[in-house]
Design a protein around this ligand. Structure first.
Ligand code: ADP
Length: 560
């Protein structure tokens, strides 16, 4: 029973291990599936945001082209006309900071152009530029592009007269590219003079020509759109409550929108390119950490699974421990009953001896005193009574011995080879008389055993092998011991009469015999004794045999 507790720990340990492993599997499976969901959501957010920005830019470019169409249709616009068209678009499209008309002014037209503007009411008007902090009249150049009409004017007054392309190479490039291609071309990042320095903005130029040919000879001027990046992106991305943040950088890596991602924070993000009036920028959509919220948290599942495992282990442990207790109780009861039974058998056989003694004594006297007086029949009856009481005496003695088996013995390291030798010596007379040949195939081992009981076991098996021979048969007994599956298996094989299959179980039951006493003498206790002795050694005994083909008795000894 002692080995049951480690078994319970083993079972509970296995359940615990499997449970913990399963918890990890659940954790990683959900983590993985959440990761996929997050990736999908990020990708779909990226696509939505990309489309919305692109759509907003198209709307703005369309308004610039529409303004150009008005310009061409009217063969030039007056300031008031420009203002009325432009304010229509600025009121409709909130992301426009300003729409401007930038005429192409040749050097020789400059003075008259400035004069005309002053006449219009813009005192001190001049085509100007900034050098450091000071604003000065632009130097001599073949062509100027001064800002002339501005809608809305209010808040953007400062821009009047500025030549957006004069000093800044990237704007010059944008203007030149717009003029030579006829397309809408955006400048690189600018800081607009009307507003706070830190606001990032872009200018988009759409050229207007005298006729259909797009070249610098034909250029009349440019429609210019001014856009604050913040306004542009915020009015583009309607669903700004998405759990994402947007970062846009231009081709130089300058930040155009959003904030530089924190290096320390491991953000999940999706990146791609976005084209804004010929400028190709990087758009990056980052999860702002809330993407996990709608999903089952793997770590919670892990803990739930762990708690569940612990509950299962606890239940298993309680159940097994209770079963073990019940089993221990049963075994104890059984042991007690067995002991009672053995004591009972012992007591009965012991008590029976005494009256049997008297019966045998009295029959002895009867035989002595009445010999010859009883007649032939009487004498025969008397002999029968004598034989029967002698047999009864043997039976009772055997029963007593059976009950005594295993009671007083102490186990020891026993050389079973020596035990076999001793048995052969004890049986030498009968061995010689019967012409028995004993062949030992292996040396027999030394092991822990009850020496007297073992002696009896060997003796019973050998005497049976000699006894159960066909008439005139010469017994051959082969003995060996082999180490198999961590225990010794002994074999006693004979060439005797064999045992039919159907009786092979019965022969180990006490008093069970397969033959009459006249055929083969005996009391049917020998193999019952063998079984009990092997049991004392935590072993098993069995027979393999066929009628008329000899028998092999096997037994294991496993005393620790
Ligand atoms: P007993 O030898 O007193 O008859 P056992 O308990 O030793 O009682 O054996 C029970 C029965 O098993 C025997 O009566 C016999 O029929 C059978 N038996 C035992 N050993 C052998 C054997 N070696 N060969 C054939 N039969 C055997």
């Amino acid at each position: 029973m002692k080995s049951v507790t480690p078994k319970i720990y083993g079972i509970c340990g296995s359940i615990l291990t499997i449970g913990v492993l399963l918890s990890f599997v659940v954790y990683f499976a959900f983590e993985n599936s959440n990761q996929h969901k997050r990736d999908r959501i990020l990708s779909s957010n990226f696509a939505t945001i990309h489309n919305q920005i692109q759509h907003e830019i198209d709307r703005n470019l369309n308004s610039l082209f529409a303004l150009r169409a008005n310009f061409i249709a009217h063969k030039g616009l007056k300031r008031a006309e420009f203002n009325s068209y432009a304010s229509y678009y600025t009121s409709k499209i909130k992301s426009i900071q300003a729409l401007e008309w930038v005429p192409a002014v040749r050097l020789e037209e400059r003075d008259s152009f400035e004069l005309a503007a002053r006449m219009e009411g813009f005192e001190d008007f001049q085509i100007k530029t900034t050098i450091g902090d000071s604003v000065i009249r632009a130097g001599s150049r073949p062509m100027y592009y001064p800002i002339y009409f501005i809608a809305p004017f209010e808040g953007n007054e400062l821009a009047l007269g500025y030549d957006p392309g004069e000093t800044i190479i990237s704007r010059q490039n944008a203007i030149e590219k717009a003029i030579s291609t006829g397309n809408a071309i955006a400048s690189d990042k600018i800081t607009i003079i009307q507003k706070n320095d830190s606001l990032k903005a872009i200018l988009v130029f759409v050229p207007v020509y005298k006729n259909k040919e797009a070249n610098d000879q034909n250029i009349v001027g440019l429609i210019e759109g001014v856009y604050l990046m913040d306004n542009l992106i915020k009015s583009a991305v309607s669903s700004f409550d998405l759990p994402v943040s947007i970062v846009i950088k231009n081709s130089n890596g300058d930040l155009m929108f959003g904030e530089e991602p924190l290096q320390s924070k491991k953000q999940e993000y999706k990146e791609g390119k976005i084209t804004i009036a010929d400028q190709i920028w990087d758009l990056r959509v980052e999860s702002s950490g809330n993407l996990d919220l709608p999903f089952v948290q793997p770590i919670w599942l892990f803990f739930i699974s762990l708690v569940f495992t612990i509950m299962v282990v606890k239940t298993a442990y309680d159940t097994l421990a209770n079963n073990r207790k019940a089993l221990q109780k049963h075994v104890k009861e059984l042991e007690q009953k067995n002991q009672d039974l053995e004591q009972y058998v012992y007591a009965v056989s012991h008590d029976l001896q005494e009256p049997l003694h008297s019966i045998q004594g009295l029959i002895g006297i009867l035989n002595l005193e009445y010999k010859g007086k009883l007649g032939e029949n009487g004498q025969q009856y008397l002999e029968l009574i004598l034989n029967s009481s002698a047999r009864m005496r043997t039976l009772i003695t055997n029963l007593l011995n059976y009950g005594r088996l295993g009671q007083e013995q102490t186990s020891d390291h026993v050389n079973t080879d020596a035990v076999l030798d001793k048995v052969r010596q004890d049986l030498h007379q009968i061995i010689e008389q019967s012409g028995t040949q004993i062949i030992q195939h292996t040396t027999l081992p030394e092991l822990k055993a009850y020496p007297t009981a073992l002696h009896q076991l060997f003796q019973n098996l050998i005497s049976n092998a000699i006894k159960f021979q066909p008439p005139g048969g010469k017994p051959i007994i082969e003995i060996s011991a082999n180490w198999e599956n961590n225990r010794w298996i002994f074999t006693f094989k004979d060439n005797g009469i064999g045992i039919p299959k159907e009786f092979q179980k019965d022969i180990f039951v006490i008093f069970r015999r397969l033959h009459g006493n006249s055929e083969y003498s005996g009391t049917g206790v020998g193999l019952a004794n063998c079984k009990k002795i092997v049991g004392l050694h935590n072993g098993e005994i069995w027979v393999e045999s066929e009628k008329d083909k000899g028998s092999s008795f096997f037994f294991t000894l496993n005393l620790s």
